[in-house]
Design a protein around this ligand. Sequence first.
Ligand SMILES: NC(=O)c1ccc[n+]([C@@H]2O[C@H](COP(=O)([O-])OP(=O)(O)OC[C@H]3O[C@@H](n4cnc5c(N)ncnc54)[C@H](OP(=O)(O)O)[C@@H]3O)[C@@H](O)[C@H]2O)c1
Length: 282
Amino acid sequence: MQTVTLNNGVEMPVLGFGVYQIPPEQTEQAVTDALAAGYRLLDTAAAYRNEEAVGRAIKSSGIAREDLFVTTKLWVQDPGEDNTKRAFDASLRRLGLDHLDLYLMHQPFGDVYSQWRAMQDLHREGRVKAIGVSNFHPDRLVDLVDHNEVTPAVNQIETHPFFQRTADQAIMRERGVQIESWGPFAEGRNNLFAHPLLSEVAGAHGRSVPQVVLRWLVQRGVVVIPKSVRPDRMAQNLDVFGFELTDDQMARIATLDTGGSLFFDHRDPAMVGRLGRLRVSD
Ligand SMILES: NC(=O)c1ccc[n+]([C@@H]2O[C@H](COP(=O)([O-])OP(=O)(O)OC[C@H]3O[C@@H](n4cnc5c(N)ncnc54)[C@H](OP(=O)(O)O)[C@@H]3O)[C@@H](O)[C@H]2O)c1
C-alpha cells in the first residue's frame, strides 16, 4: 500500500476503510471483510458507536498491531483536558488497543484548545503516534497551528468531486497538514455513481466510477477512507493503483467542483449549536 509521510515522520496508508453509519451489529463483519480484502487503515470515531466492534474484528483478524493504522476521533463534549484524556482512554478500551495511530478532534467546536493540549500530552506520552483534526476550515486550522506546539498531522474534511477543497489543500500543504477526505463518493449524492463525465473517464480506463473518484483523490495527494459493507465493493475500492488519470482527465474532473458542502456547513450557527449539544456517551 502506498503511504504518505506525516509531518512527524509517521507513515500513513493513502487508502483506508471508513465505518461511519455501519450499525454496530454489522461493523465486526464489515471490518473483518475489509481486513481480509487488504485494508490496513481503519477509521472510526467515538460518535459512530462502533469502536467495540472494530476492536473485535482487529483482535480476531490476527493481524500484527504494527501492520495496522487505527484512527478514532474525540467527540465535542465534556470540556477540559482531563475529560479529553478520559475520552481517549474510553476509546482505547472499546477498541481493545494500547495505543492509537491517529487521534482526531472530530469537530472544530467546543473547548478546542484544552482538547488540543490534552491531545498533545497523549502524543508526547507515546499513546498516539499522530494527532490531528477534522472539519477545520483553513482559518480555524491556521489559528490552531499558530498558537500551539504540535501542528495537526492531518485534517479530515469533506472532499469529493463536487467539493474539491483545492485551495484548502494548498493552505494545509504550506502548514504541513495532510488532507484526508471524508465522503469521497459524497455518499452517492448528485448521482455520483452514474455521473456522465465520471462514467466517461471510467469507461476510458475500463474502470468503475468509484475507482476513478478514488484514483483522482489519491493522485491529488488526498488520503481516502471509502466505506462499504459489500466485500465486492471493498475490493474494487482498494484496486486503484494500477492506472493513472491523464492531466486532461484531472482537469475535466476539476470542473465538477461546486465549491460548497453537499452535507452541511461547519460554519452554520444552527449546526454548530446542534452538534455542540450532541452527546455520544455518558
Ligand atoms: N470526520 C467526519 O466528520 C466524517 C464525516 C463523514 C464520514 N467520515 C469518514 O469517512 C468515511 C467515508 O465517508 P462516508 O461513509 O460518509 O461516505 P462515502 O464513502 O462517500 O460513501 C459511502 C456510500 O457509498 C457506497 N459505496 C461504496 N463503495 C461503492 C462502490 N464501489 N460502488 C457503489 N457504491 C459504493 C456505500 O454503500 P454500501 O456500503 O452499501 O456499499 C455507501 O452508501 C466514513 O465511513 C468515515 O470513516 C468522517
